[in-house]
Design a protein around this ligand. Structure first.
Ligand code: 13P
Length: 248
């Protein structure tokens, strides 16, 4: 239930999963759903982006920090716009790990996306050892500050944030609603030092083992505005039940 001016959002990050059959099923599911109070976004692998219609909000899972040219295997922001994307996931922990994307590369990508009027879904979050050793908030502030330094607080306002504790991704070990709320509130407080209005308005999603059964409790936290969903976004019924939890 939203008691603030922020619009709820649920984005499905299919990662390297799915096929044409799932595209068809998900389109059918979302086209018949009435989700007036939230934005549902699907982020499928690149080959399937062009198979969705305008009625479904689309996001990509990655983009190049370069505009065009000799970058084999990369996809540019203008290409993503041309195939109908309005969102782009940037800084996911899997890309930070598998593809060595530093805070600085993440910041460059965010700037490029914003310049092209694509909304970045900026992921941040800690590995378990950082939470255990008590440096969680410094770690998260460093991730966010790299982007703030690159784009400034006024542009930062156009970003959707996604807190994804690495230990909760794909593990079934969801952060408790209190753990998620604590970090989301810290992030708003951190941004409020620069601009309290922007801090109050920015959308912050939670990601990490969100399911139909825990979505409502997570989304009812004061500073949790929806979710970034991995595994459960591959099942149209599960994904819809999470969207409905955000639609209340
Ligand atoms: P799971 O929902 O599978 O834990 O994945 C979360 C995630 O990484 C979304 O980007």
């Amino acid at each position: 239930m939203q008691i603030n001016s922020r619009r709820s959002m649920v984005a499905g990050n299919w990662k390297m999963n799915g096929d044409k059959a799932l595209v068809k099923q998900m389109k059918k599911q979302l086209e018949k759903a009435s989700l007036e109070n939230m934005d549902a976004v699907i982020c499928p692998p690149f080959p399937y982006l062009g198979m969705f219609t305008d009625s479904i909000k689309l996001g990509a899972q990655n983009m190049s920090q370069f505009d065009s040219g000799a970058h084999t295997g990369e996809v540019s922001v203008s290409m993503l716009k041309e195939v109908g994307c309005s969102y782009i996931i940037i800084g996911h922990s899997e890309r930070r790990e598998d593809n060595f994307e530093s805070n600085e590369i993440v910041a460059q990508k965010v700037e490029k996306a914003l310049n092209a009027d694509l909304t970045p879904i900026l992921c941040f979050g800690e590995p378990e050892d950082i939470r255990d050793d008590g440096t969680l908030f410094t770690y998260i502030a460093t991730q966010l500050d790299a982007v703030l330094k690159q784009v400034g607080i006024a542009q930062f306002a156009k970003i959707v944030l996604a807190y994804e504790p690495i230990w909760a991704i794909g593990t079934g070990k969801t952060a408790s609603p209190e753990q998620a709320q604590e970090v989301h509130a810290f992030v708003r407080g951190h941004l409020a030092k620069l601009d309290s209005d922007i801090a109050a308005k920015i959308v912050i999603l939670y990601g990490g083992s969100v399911k139909g059964s825990n979505a409502e409790e997570l989304f009812s936290q004061a500073d949790v505005d929806g979710g970034l969903i991995g595994g459960a976004s591959l099942n149209p019924d599960d994904f819809l039940s999470i969207c409905l939890a955000a639609n209340q």
